[in-house]
Design a protein around this ligand. Structure first.
Ligand SMILES: C[S@@+](CC[C@H](N)C(=O)[O-])C[C@H]1O[C@@H](n2cnc3c(N)ncnc32)[C@H](O)[C@@H]1O
Length: 339
């Protein structure tokens, strides 16, 4: 008879003081202890391991999913928007390229959804037509949502290397099983390539001096890279502008590592064919490079009669939403209806 092995006791990570500061120490937030989550939210922070869905009521209003309709969430994240689409009675196809978070999200969503109401696929949304064909929706969906960029789980986890606020390896891949890390990319980039990447991906005004200082360097960690960016900047810059520059350089590199604009352009070109007549799309963007692309596609498709309606003015989060979730601050929502 096979011997039952005793399960190994694992010690809870220890931290000094009353409140855990490090991501790995926030075990109550990771376990989603409701009292702890309420306290963290009341302090205007996002609990570690969770993502607060942005502009949720506004997105649900423009997408208006009806029971039995086909909905696609192209960026599942922690499933906040997806849960609302399922609650409205839609059948949901959820996509995300992140292999680390998608399983946890699927498990959470399955607790509340009928088995046939939810299909989850780990894939890039650039392959949306293939995903639709695989589930027998080749004639399109009724509702499509894309909430671009990274989730809080990705930003907050130091081992993913997205944020200069936590020390971790300079990685930045949403799918760590594919492509090259930010560290490897930076080592191989020429100064001219890095300069154009900083200008195009983040409108960086000091792209030239930054590229001269950083291209080809070996940056082992996120915090070491942030320090290298700060020290490459002119002395006279104030603290706020210095930090804003670090944020822009991280954004530019993350976009390159994940080929975000290539995926977005492919998705936008295919989008009209992926919607049924009367179908609705909502896209949340977080910086000008994304928003410009979405605005042009929706405007051109409206002029071409492919869409019957779209919003002229972007929808932005209220001051109250930004106070309770500062990550909502740069968000812009655009939507359209297929003719
Ligand atoms: C802002 S989060 C989405 C949050 C989600 N709406 C929620 O309520 O939790 C963006 C997610 O999109 C995923 N993502 C970004 N680009 C992608 C792409 N090209 N294909 C598939 N997933 C992508 C990221 O891995 C991340 O999980």
């Amino acid at each position: 008879m096979a011997q039952v092995q005793p399960t190994q006791h694992r010690r809870r990570p220890r931290y000094a003081g009353k409140n855990p500061r490090k991501f790995e120490h926030k075990y109550k937030e990771h376990a989603q202890d409701s009292e702890t989550l309420a306290k963290v939210r009341a302090a205007g922070k996002t609990p570690a391991g969770l993502h607060v869905p942005i502009l949720l009521p506004q997105i649900m209003q423009v997408l208006a999913p009806k029971p039995g309709e086909r909905a696609v969430d192209c960026t599942l994240g922690s499933g906040g928007h997806a849960a609302a689409l399922l609650e409205a009675g839609a059948t949901l196809l959820g996509l995300d390229q992140d292999p680390l978070e998608i399983e946890r999200t699927e498990t959470r969503l399955r607790e509340k959804a009928a088995p046939e109401a939810l299909i989850v696929k780990r894939m890039n949304f650039a392959g949306l037509p293939r995903a639709l064909a695989e589930v027998g929706w080749e004639d399109g969906a009724d509702v499509i949502l894309a909430d671009l960029g990274c989730s809080s789980m990705q930003f907050d986890n130091p081992s993913r290397g997205f944020s200069f606020k936590h020390d971790g390896p300079l990685d930045m891949r949403m799918n760590p099983k594919r492509g090259v890390s930010a560290r490897d990319m930076l080592q191989k980039l020429s100064a001219s390539k890095l300069q154009s990447l900083l200008s195009e991906n983040a409108d960086e005004p000091r792209a030239e001096i930054l590229a001269q200082a950083l291209a080809g360097t070996d940056q082992v960690s996120t915090t070491a890279f942030a320090a290298a960016i700060r020290s490459a900047l002119p002395f006279r810059l104030d603290e706020d502008e210095r930090e804003a520059t670090v944020r822009r350089v991280f954004q530019a590199l993350r976009i390159a590592v994940n080929e975000e604009f290539t995926a977005l352009d492919t998705f936008l070109n295919q989008l009209p064919d992926c919607l049924r007549p009367g179908g609705r799309v909502a896209i949340l963007t977080f910086h000008s490079g994304e928003d410009r692309r979405v605005k042009h596609l929706l405007r051109d498709a409206l002029r071409g009669g492919i869409f019957s309606e779209t919003n002229d003015d972007v929808i932005r989060p209220s001051a109250e939403e930004i106070r309770s979730n500062p990550r909502a601050s740069p968000a812009k929502l655009r939507w359209a209806v297929k003719a």
